[in-house]
Design a binder for this molecule. Sequence first.
Ligand code: SF4
Length: 284
Amino acid sequence: MDVLLPRFYGMCFGVRDALAAANAHPAPHRVTLFGELVHNEQVNSRLAERGFRAQPEGERSLPTTPEVLITAHGVSDRERARLESAGLTIVDTTCPLVRSAHAAARKLDAEGRFVVVVGRADHVEVRGLVGDLSRFVVIAGAQEARRYEADAIGILSQTTTSPAEFEAAVASVRNHNPQASVSVIDTICKPTRDRQEGLAELLAAVEALVVVGGVHSRNTRELVRSAERAGVRALHVQSAAQLDPTWFVGVRRVGLTAGTSTLPETLDEVYQALVALDGIPSRV
Ligand code: SF4
């Protein structure tokens, strides 16, 4: 069995840099992680062992440590001000591409537009994106678009939305709102776009796909869904130990990829385990 990897996969620079900042912090016991730094149980338990406190995502009570670490997903300015006015020192690891999405949302809002965000309403990044807006709605995709009481609409997306879903959502908002001038800012991040494109190439070349990533990782589940949409069966695992050899019976070419919160060493372990099942490793 050949094991093929896409051109882009795994941990993005935003998550990697946030993790590096946490790892470099000299006094973890002084810090509360404001939500999950990465959707990866292995990493989160290592951080806990180092002394970081963790506040569950969406939990709004004020941390009791003197410092609070904002994750790569960012928070709204309102939330940042609330933390600062409580006397907390902020360790900010917001990804620069999430900051760009915030700037886009603020621009559309300042133009007086009703803002439509394409993404998952309960995702921490989206809560941060809409937290400073005056009029907005979050839609998961084209099917949730409606007519809005607005003559000017602005559309942007969660950074990890698939480009195809975003395009379909924009078209649907336009169709439902012929009365409105519509301005679109594409805020899908480059690592997400690269990974989707790399995956499309890979899916055309394999019979099955293994996706490595946390159970709560949205982009990992997106990778699985993309494979299924392309008619390629997919196996989602968190580690090499979860590989079931019987799943690969009859498979000659298997693809391997990983979500943005997967550690390179975890991916490597899975890669080695797949290669050990049988065959010669190769890349597309
Ligand atoms: S997925 Fe994109 S926006 Fe989110 S942290 Fe990674 S690079 Fe930044």
